[in-house]
Structures are given as C-alpha cells and as structure tokens.
Design a protein around this ligand. Sequence first.
Ligand code: V4E
Length: 222
Amino acid sequence: MSVEVERKFVFNADTLKRLEEIGAVCVGQRQFRDQYFDTPKFDLTLRDMWLRKRKDCWELKCPTTATGTEESSEEQSKAAALCSRYKEITDLPEIQRRVKEVIKDICGDRETEARLPQEDESWLSEMNLVCFADFTTVRKSFTLEEKGVQIDLDQADFGYHVGEMEVLVPEGGDVQSALEKIKRTAGKLGLTGDQRVDGKMHVYLERNHPEHYAKLLSAHVL
Ligand code: V4E
C-alpha cells in the first residue's frame, strides 16, 4: 500500500513549453477507461472512499490518517492545502475487505465471499455496488529530474482537461518530503494560484449526477 500525494493544476499550450524548459521528459501517452462504483446511497464516496476499475485492475483510494506532524510552518500548511493525499489499495481481497467493513456498518453482516477470483465480479452485486461514473482519459506523462515526481496531463472524454503532479510515498514514508517536491515542481512550472483545482470526478459528477455531487459537497468530500 502506498500514499499518493498530488496537486492538480490548470494547463494550457504554454504548459508544454514550460515542461520542456524545465527538462521534463515525456514518457508516453496512454488511454484508459475508468469505472467507479458505489452503493446507491453513496456509502463509499460519502466516506471519501473511491473504488475504481481501470484496465481490469481494481483500486481503492481512502483518506490517510493525518499525523499532525507534517506541516510545521504556515507556508507549508498553505502548500499542503493544495495537495490531496490518499492511500492506494490495489490488492483485491484487501479492497473487498475494506468495502465489506463499510457495507457491514450499514446493512449488518451480509454474507459475502471473502475471496473471489479476480475475473468474477459477482462481489459487486453482493455488496450492492453499482457503477456511477464511466469515462475515458487520454494521459500524457512526464518525469522530472526531481526524483519521484510524475506530471500527467489528462484530457477526459467528457470535455475536461486537468494536469496533476504526483509523488507516491511508500507506507510509512516521508510525506513532508513529497509535499516539498510538489511545491518545488509547482514553482518551476510557474504555478502561482493558491486555489485548489477540480479533478475529473468533481466535474463529471457536477455535470452528470447533480444529486450525488450535492451530497458530496454538503459532506465536504468534494
Ligand atoms: C480521490 C478522489 C477520486 C478518485 C480519483 O482520484 P484522482 O486522483 O482525481 O483521479 P486520477 O484519474 O487522476 O487518478 P490517478 O491516475 O492519479 O490514480 S475522485 C475524488 N477524489 C477526491 C479528491 C478531492 N477531494 N480533491 C482533489 C483535488 N482530488 C480528488
């Protein structure tokens, strides 16, 4: 399990020029379809848990438990506020276990199989999970000299584009150093704004599922 620390940013034609100037290397372009799942009452996303299938792989993003020791100055806190941090779980039995924990809290201990073959998706209906978002993204990725920083420029098929810089921190690793890397990279790219930039899901839900979107806004998840 690792923690993803990332900052979203607005990009335009100048960003590509700037990336070249700061020595970013394009490591490729790929396309992927994302399908996100939740219960009809939004039990996962209202807990800021995001269950996704991408290219036949399952992933669950969950909030991290803040340690409270990471930001020691006001400047660091401001920089950190522009970043999101999520635990990324990719092991399917572990994903199923965590989702089951949530479902169990709501509907009691429903009988679900603990381990199911990856290709068998009956666990979704057993846990009352339905697909609420389905979209495709074209992603251009860049690496930088700054070790461990990846920059992605995403174009989603529903007409929204967004950039993100990301550092993956192994469990128990140094989140503060990841925040500093992101801050340095933002500086190199000339990102001056101090507003958080909406991710693809934010815009997707706002446009396609206003009821779900409104609930997540009220719960301060988005
Ligand atoms: C965590 C989260 C969602 C799941 C999708 O996360 P995101 O990193 O935006 O997607 P993507 O396609 O860039 O995934 P990657 O390829 O990096 O794994 S959807 C909404 N959230 C919460 C969230 C939030 N509250 N604020 C921000 C800025 N981002 C995400």
